[in-house]
Design a protein around this ligand. Structure first.
Ligand code: NAD
Length: 471
């Protein structure tokens, strides 16, 4: 298979697609290694995860270099590699504490004479299917707590961003006791992976998530789905408009807007709309793309070129229906890469595609509201429910508005905080996801199956208890 370089548009990287046989063989190898891994115990596994973190940190320049080509951005590539090491250290510290807190003492049952003892065992083989927007972070975000729980882990990165797997395999070779490996390829490899594993975590689009859920249902395995979003931000009349403009801009355009938790709709109170829009447009125009010098500027190219066409079509649909472009607005092809400067749209209407479908680009459609209740109901009028944000004059006011938003995580007095905060347990709503939280302690606990040992401490009944005609 070939992968495209997002800065040049050229297919300059070739990699071997895993065959069905490769995937089955890798799954069998990991299954064989898993009992010894689980038998290491929480402290033993934590020690190996820490060793892996050291090796990732030592190889950070090589991993970040490959990831920089995968994604066309360097600063975020370094943040991702650092994020993987921090994720490993977090679970190496928290995992043993969670195991120590498990209550395995006999508990009385509601059934007289019976006691229950719980024991815990990990799903043997965990599988992950990852998207291209944060390739390193999202390939490992669920695999690390699964490994800490005692599972072996088989991961499929996106075929759009495969380069980082090569240096990561070299790192893994230094930690041979860790049962983690990668299979490479597209949708067919994803489907074959689901057939091999006992638990699947998928991060990607809602459409693919449905296919993954169907395949998991055929296998009768649990599927955790982390899907798309159309996150709203509400800015009330008491908010400072210049501050709000800065927060809204950053929350919408970081990583060229290619983040699930990007703010994709802004609702601002009429009282502050004018200065807010002026400040937002000015700040948006000051943002620079990372072309021609990749080491300066803020916004890199679109990682997946087809995404640029989708985003432009949404902007064109909005302007054809009456939206005004206050900044940006046109995808530029520069040196073979596709770039879009931050795009601020005013006079948008709920029926425009930019207000209904996930954009996944640096586009900020702004709706001015007169009635907060109407704004809240418009913010909730979406098929998605990933996250949301509220900016107000006080934290109390923001919290009150936030409690009325239908999403898994609400940032108050900031935006898109889920990208920075890993311990906020949350459950996505509607078409944004399914299953337990990947954040917080649940992130590991979901991989432990509980077995009930049910002890009869009295006399076991005989068939005589079921004889007819006794009552
Ligand atoms: P995608 O759904 O196109 O692909 C994701 C992964 O699924 C890739 O590895 C792909 O090869 C694989 N795949 C595709 N078809 C498959 C099939 N039929 N069976 C099994 N696997 C299959 O998503 P993408 O375009 O790579 O990523 C962008 C999307 O991911 C956006 O919608 C974004 O919101 C979402 N996302 C969600 C989160 C979250 O935590 N909720 C985080 C990041 C990205």
């Amino acid at each position: 298979m070939k992968a495209r370089n997002p800065r040049t548009g050229e297919e300059d990287y070739e990699f071997a697609e895993s065959s069905r046989e490769d995937i089955a063989a890798e799954a069998a190898r990991l299954r064989a290694a898993q009992p010894a891994w689980e038998a290491l115990g929480p402290d033993g596994r934590a020690a190996v995860l820490s060793k892996f973190a050291d090796a990732v940190e030592a190889a950070a320049p090589q991993i970040a270099a490959a990831l920089t080509i995968d994604t066309g951005r360097s600063a975020v590539a370094w943040i991702e590699v650092d994020g993987l090491a921090r994720n490993l250290r977090k679970w190496a510290a928290r995992g043993p504490e969670l195991f120590a807190g498990l209550d395995c003492h006999p508990q009385p049952s509601l059934t007289p004479g019976v006691e229950i003892v719980a024991d815990y065992a990990a799903y043997p083989l965990f599988g992950a299917i990852a998207p291209w927007n944060f390739p390193v972070i999202l390939s490992h975000i669920d695999a690390v707590p699964a490994l800490m729980a005692g599972s072996a882990a088989l991961v499929k990165p996106s075929e759009v961003t495969p380069r980082f797997a090569e240096p990561m395999r070299e790192v893994l070779a230094q930690v041979p006791e860790l049962p983690l490996s990668y299979v490479m390829g597209g949708p067919e490899v994803g489907q074959a992976l689901i057939e091999e594993v006992d638990y699947i975590c998928f991060t990607g689009s809602t459409g693919t998530g449905r296919k993954v859920a169907e395949a998991a249902a055929r296998q009768l395995i649990p599927a955790n789905l982390e899907l798309g979003g159309k996150d709203p931000m509400i800015i009330t009349a008491s908010a400072d408009p210049e501050w709000a403009a800065g927060v809204a801009l950053r929350s919408s355009i970081v990583a060229t807007g290619q983040a699930c938790q990007s703010i994709e709709r802004v609702y601002v109170a009429r009282e502050i709309a004018e200065p807010f829009l002026a400040a937002l447009a000015e700040a948006a125009r000051a943002v620079e793309i990372t072309y021609p010098d990749p080491s300066s500027g803020h916004l890199g190219p679109f990682i997946f070129p087809a995404q640029a066409g989708k985003v432009q079509a949404q902007i064109d649909d909005a302007t054809a229906k009456g939206a005004r472009v206050l900044a940006g607005g046109t995808v530029e092809t520069l040196g073979g890469g596709k770039y879009l400067r931050p795009t601020v749209l005013a006079d948008v209407a709920p029926e425009m595609t930019v207000m209904r479908e996930e954009t996944f680009g640096p586009v900020i459609p702004v709706t001015v509201f007169d009635d907060l209740d109407v704004a809240i109901s418009q913010a909730n009028d979406t098929e998605y429910g990933l996250s949301a944000a509220v900016l107000a004059g006080s934290l109390e006011e923001a919290a009150e508005v936030g409690s009325r938003l239908e999403a898994g995580a609400i940032s108050l007095q900031d935006g898109a905080l889920t990208s920075m905060v890993g311990d906020a347990t949350n459950h996505s709503r509607k078409a944004s996801g399914l299953g337990p939280s990947r954040m917080g302690d649940e992130g590991m606990m979901r991989f432990l199956r509980r077995r009930a040992l049910i002890r009869q401490t009295g006399d076991a009944m005989t068939i005589a208890a079921y004889a007819e005609g006794q009552s």
